[in-house]
Design a protein around this ligand. Structure first.
Ligand code: ADP
Ligand code: ADP
Length: 209
């Protein structure tokens, strides 16, 4: 299965991708995770991406497209993948289309997880991640067990200010990919409000089981 998860920051893409990739046996490809790993490792790509990410801006297409297309070409992604956070602009969607056509493969679905803007800031500012297991928690909506609470980290871009910038980028630059996939008959809309389990059920139903 070749699936794309789209949605505003905090929609639950990372949370749901972690669950779905186990169910479908495909790799989870998150450009946000890849970029954060590059920043941490101090690579040239990471150094270029760092300032954009901190400010809540998008990393330039030329940087992200090469990284994502290369990752999709790796052995574990040949039978399928779940893309989370890519594509995020119209040029990225077009570049992905060209790369998949060249490889002779097609997407199965593009799932849009819909969450109203009014809920996003609280979701983002309460997000914490376990650096050991990579599990995503929320201080209020998905509280961590006491034994991991001390080691949780907060992303540098999960401030209210950067969150608002990301939300504006989402509406300005990412939302235009929605009609692109709608025209191809690939788009499925799923309500992202409710418990994480309820959202997983809706996603599985939208993906045909
Ligand atoms: P979120 O969980 O808020 O949706 P991500 O972890 O997917 O965020 O991305 C974090 C940041 O990494 C983005 O704000 C952006 O700076 C950068 N980034 C991730 N994916 C892309 C992409 N496809 N194009 C441009 N920038 C990206
Ligand atoms: P994204 O990858 O789309 O930015 P995440 O999966 O990281 O989103 O979720 C953002 C925050 O919202 C996290 O703290 C997560 O625990 C929480 N969250 C995820 N799904 C839900 C949900 N259905 N209801 C409430 N909070 C949620």
């Amino acid at each position: 299965m070749r699936i794309i998860l789209v949605g505003p920051p905090g929609a639950g893409k990372g949370t749901q991708a972690a669950r779905l990739v186990e169910r479908y046996g495909i790799p989870h490809i998150s450009t946000g995770d890849m970029l954060r790993a590059a920043v941490k490792a101090g690579t040239a790509l990471g150094k270029e991406a760092d300032a954009y990410m901190k400010a809540g801006d998008l990393v330039p297409d030329a940087v992200v497209i090469g990284m994502a297309v290369e990752r999709i070409g790796e052995a574990d992604a040949q039978k399928g993948f779940m893309l989370d956070g890519f594509p995020r602009t119209r040029p990225q969607a077009e570049a992905l289309d060209a790369a998949l056509s060249a490889a002779g493969v097609q997407l199965d679905a593009v799932v849009l997880i819909e969450v109203d803007d009014s809920l996003i800031v609280e979701r983002i500012t309460g997000r914490r991640t376990d650096p050991e297991t990579k599990r995503i928690y929320h201080l209020k909506f998905d509280p961590p067990p006491a034994e991991v609470a001390d080691r949780l980290v907060q992303r540098k871009d999960d401030t209210e200010e950067a969150c608002r910038a990301r939300l504006a980028k989402y509406h300005g630059e990412t939302a235009p990919i929605i009609p692109f996939y709608e025209d191809k008959g690939l788009l499925k809309r799923v309500d992202g409000v409710g418990s994480p389990d309820a959202v997983t059920e809706r996603l599985v139903a939208a993906l045909g089981g």
